[in-house]
Design a protein around this ligand. Structure first.
Ligand code: NAP
Length: 235
């Protein structure tokens, strides 16, 4: 039996990933910072609710204790994420971004990943087949954002892509440090969710595809990589 925790699983890509992994036979913890939204989602999914705010040390430590008491963890999916908006709901650009906006974005997207991974590593180390999936973004790719021939080049935001590039670096460094684990970063693709005001072009079913695939990777699968549904991406 595989036990899986998905952070920020009460809606969007996390919810869809939970739905698919429950169907695949995983015991799934739906991590959510809001108890009511989380409980409702877990009930709908036939999953377990786990109260977890990735920005809060005490919440994450309590969540790790609860999962340990529940029998341990095999798969951690760091999915919770935000895109900080500025004036007029626009993304902060190089001309406008403030340190506070950077800090706010990194608190969830980067420090959240570190906080949760740090708390759950001891449990993962006890699993026979530990897996970590870090939900990154195509906007994390320095190669694509610096290439004037790539569409991502024209994305003007600073905080969100910088946070996801950092998630990619974390993925590389954790994967080297824990060779017995499969630890990968994934890019779901531009998906219709609340994160982008539902302007994405993919369905959550399409977006969750690579998350679900990397959550089910076997001991011979890749580690320390960055993938979308079509294959490896340039850093
Ligand atoms: P979403 O529908 O807005 O879902 C984000 C989830 O993260 C929600 O469940 C939200 O909970 C949760 N969350 C936010 N802050 C949290 C915190 N402090 N603690 C715990 N949970 C928290 O967005 P999504 O598109 O599914 O995003 C999922 C992941 O995919 C993110 O990492 C995002 O960066 C990444 N991604 C998305 C796209 C896309 O096009 N949608 C593309 C590339 C990557 P609440 O309901 O409480 O806010």
């Amino acid at each position: 039996m595989t036990t899986t925790l998905i952070t920020g699983a009460n809606k969007g890509l996390g919810f869809e990933t939970a739905r698919r992994l429950v169907a695949a036979g995983h015991t799934v913890y739906v991590g959510a910072r809001d108890a009511e939204r989380g409980r409702r989602a877990a009930e709908q999914l036939g999953a377990r609710f786990l109260h977890l705010d990735v920005t809060d040390d005490a919440s994450v430590e309590a969540a790790a204790k609860a999962v340990e008491a529940g029998g341990g963890l095999d798969v951690l999916i760091n999915n919770a994420g935000i895109e900080t908006r500025g004036e007029g709901n626009s993304v902060p650009t190089a001309a406008t971004v403030t340190a506070a906006q950077m800090r706010n974005t990194f608190e969830t997207n980067v420090f959240g990943v570190v906080r949760v991974t740090h708390a759950f590593l001891p449990l993962l180390e006890r699993s026979a087949t530990p897996v970590v999936v870090n939900v990154s973004s195509g906007l994390a790719s320095l190669t694509h954002l610096s290439d004037p021939d790539h569409p991502a080049h024209f994305y003007p935001g600073v905080a969100y892509p910088a946070s996801k590039t950092t998630v990619n670096m974390l993925t590389v460094q954790y994967a080297k440090a824990f060779p017995s684990m499969r630890i990968n970063a994934v890019e779901p693709g531009f998906t219709k969710t609340d994160l982008n005001g539902n302007t994405g072009v993919q369905t959550v079913e399409e977006g969750a595809e690579i998350i679900v695939r990397m959550a089910q990777v076997g001991p011979d699968g890749p580690t320390g990589g960055y993938f979308d549904a079509k294959g490896a991406l340039p850093w």
